[in-house]
Ligand binder design. Structure first.
Ligand code: MG
Length: 349
């Protein structure tokens, strides 16, 4: 039997381990080449599998852990909800999401991104004097909109006033159907990074997406179309313009949707709810505490996982962490939502 001094033994062990690693990697790469149609190999999937094997929980396996920009109030609760959602799979799942600064980016290069109302308000189709009027309206009502101390019964009439004042200016302007298209085409609108991945997984797995927005529905439709994210299983509930025969804006469809009534009470009919009544697991995405009511009235809801994006006003982190299951601070991507969705739909999703 060969004997080694301690140094020789250490070198021999390192060499053997490296050789083994190389052999395994070589086989793995060859297997991946010949079985590419079965499942693409990625270092991330290996990390996930290894992490699960060590009992790190679903969040651990997804590399979503509390810390840095991810804040989770109750990890045990989130794990429990995720276990049930994974067991329920794609057939039990539906997604409800806000649009402005949730599916769309909140900031880009440190600059706030416009919301759907902003795009119209700041466009060349609105006169300078009307833009100034709207800025004043915004300055007065916006602090009330984000107030967490203003009682709801006082906030609701203020929000109705807010939206109606802005909409009246839109209606009095020379805005047309074509102008709305042009506004979006000419704008530098952006969805969150990897939002296309999120939407495509929903499309591929026939998972319905309800977009609930107090913004401008026509702008949302145009944005989905511009970015190639139109999907048949997406339903947008928002403030849609009405036009006369000449294509000029003459009003808004009822009901008015503002931040305080984004719930089933404003769904145009019950068809959507009835179609989804077997889908008892809900992922809810929002960037406002008011977005949490979007799932109110979902029939037969069993589990809900709420994900809140907090990009500005980070001083509100505690409020957000108490309200949402997962809070993502200054994260302009859909990576966390994509990891969770991928886990629920399975490896072939
Ligand atoms: Mg929003």
């Amino acid at each position: 039997m060969m004997t080694f001094c301690p140094l020789q033994e250490a070198i021999h062990k390192m060499w053997t381990k490296q050789l083994c690693r190389n052999v395994v990697l070589c086989h793995l790469k060859r297997w991946t080449r010949t079985h590419r149609h079965v499942r693409p190999w990625s270092p991330l999937s290996t990390v996930r599998a290894a992490s699960s094997a060590h009992g790190a929980g679903i969040l651990g396996s997804l590399q979503v852990t509390h810390g840095d920009h991810v804040h989770i109030r109750d990890v045990g609760h989130v794990e429990q909800v995720l276990r049930n959602m994974v067991a329920g799979g794609r057939e039990k799942l539906q997604v409800i999401s806000d649009f402005d600064h949730t599916l769309s980016r909140s900031t880009y290069d440190g600059v706030r991104c416009p919301m759907t109302h902003d795009l119209v308000k700041d466009s060349r189709f609105i006169s300078e004097s009307d833009q100034k009027k709207m800025c004043k309206i915004w300055q007065y009502y916006y602090p009330k909109e984000i107030s967490t101390t203003l009682p709801l019964q006082e906030k609701i009439p203020l929000m109705v006033e807010f939206w109606n004042k802005i909409h009246d200016i839109f209606i009095a302007s020379d805005l047309t159907r074509q102008a709305v298209r042009t506004i979006v085409q000419e704008s530098d609108t952006r969805f969150r990074d990897a939002c296309d991945v999120f939407v495509n997984v929903l499309r591929k797995n026939d998972i319905p997406l309800l977009v609930f927005s107090a913004g401008v529905g026509d702008v949302i439709h145009e944005m989905f179309e511009k970015h190639g994210l139109t999907i048949p299983n997406c339903h947008v509930v928002s403030n849609f313009l009405t036009f006369n025969d000449a294509g000029k804006v003459v009003g808004f469809r009822d009901p008015l949707i503002h931040i305080c009534n984004k719930n089933r009470s404003v769904l145009p009919d019950h068809t959507y709810s009835l179609k989804q009544q077997e889908r008892t697991n809900v992922i809810l995405l929002g960037d406002s505490l008011n977005d949490l009511q979007m799932a109110d009235g979902v029939p037969n809801m069993d589990r809900i996982l709420t994900i809140g994006f907090l990009s500005r006003h980070v001083e509100r982190l505690q409020d957000f962490t108490e309200a949402f299951d997962i809070v993502l601070v200054q994260d302009e991507t859909m990576h966390v939502a994509n990891a969770i969705l991928g886990k629920i739909v399975g490896s072939d999703g």
